[in-house]
Design a binder for this molecule. Sequence first.
Ligand SMILES: *Cc1c(COP(=O)(O)O)cnc(C)c1O
Length: 460
Amino acid sequence: MPNYLPEPFRIKVVEPIHMITLEERRRILEKAGYNVFNIPSDKIYIDLLTDSGTGAMSDRQWAGLNLGDESYAHCRNWFHFEKAIRELTGLKYIIPTHQGRAAENLLFSTVAKDGMIIPNNNHFDTTRANIIANGGVPLDLVIDEGKDPSLEYPFKGNVNITKLENVIKEYGKENIPVMMLTITNNSGGGQPVSIKNIKDVKEVVSRYGIPLFFDACRFAENAYFIKIREEGHGNTSVKEIVKEMFSYADGCTMSAKKDGLANIGGFIALNNDSLAERIKERLILIEGFLTYGGMAGRDLEAVARGLEEVMDEDYLAYRISQVKFLGDLLEEAGVPILKPTGGHAVYIDARKFMEHIPQSQFPGQSLVVSIYLQAGIRTVEIGSLMFAHKDPRSGEIVYPDLDLVRLALPRRVYTSAHLRYVADSIIKSYNNRKNLRGMKIVEHGESNLRHFIARLYFVD
Ligand SMILES: *Cc1c(COP(=O)(O)O)cnc(C)c1O
């Protein structure tokens, strides 16, 4: 029996969910072009598409919404928002955006010029797309351990420091405007980065005068992993660890829809004066005034309160154990998952799940489709559909290291009974895996963010 921690909250508001028939699910999939992003949410029984903006807010956050000050400029919630983020990050300029990708757009449209290199452990899909859209080249430098799904290793989000040095020498520091570090590493399985690695990355890039920016969406989950996995940190509070993490950052982008525990929101924060000036000008052009950046006053308040709540260690212990609980149920039944389980999701190794489907036929998407059809559960492919792309130089298709299906857990939303149902359903698919078929894209295959809009069908 896997261990679990009871939810450190009780439920005060409920939202009914219900299951539609198999026939209806079949019809809906066809209409959706076998892309689960196209399925209306009331046709979903359990929605594990993403942990982004899908969390339940606390009573304190809901109370905060009523204190929203909807003045255009310098509303009271802005000051709470700014203070919360300044205390968290210690960074000088706090610039609000409506979500994470807008922060990325602001950063890369300001610093990335044609052919410039942006290294990271692994770029998230919107980060990669924003870099490419601005003429930059995203590079993934995660350690080799991070690419082996079955290897147990505590910090699979770490950067390969030797590779990083070599990249800087090869391309020249003048062609690397910023080093990104995604904590936790979403595309690599929600895996944490150790304090030691953050320090080492900082040491290398600062030797060359390259600023270090965190993609900080899950900073609290990362800090909790440091607390429980990294030697010497067991007795340090998450708050202290977060402080130390950010002491190595020259800036960060963040989607508050993750560890901000809010349904919308984000920011970019940084120390550099001239860069901040340029970003602020662009903010007004594309997002809004400097003190709201695309958010309502009430949203700013929800984020300010969420950023404080997320560092509660009872919450984080429950959060990380909930993900592990689902992972353990699957693993006990032999389902190949990425190990160890990460911070916000369980990732199924789709290529191992069905070895008869080649990468070119999107094994992950085939599994996503099957899980919805069988159980009404929405998951997402993080693999070839999302990341395979034509190399601009060679013209060849480059496939990602992993083909995963992500079961992302919305924060404070589903109970362990829901998770048992999810595990049972996927185990059923696993026992029936020989019948799964490969897929092909029939529409929108060329977009950099094609997984959001592509339409697919089964191969013959
Ligand atoms: C969600 C996410 C983003 C983008 O944030 P949005 O709010 O969805 O625009 C960027 N990086 C990582 C690691 C994320 O998980």
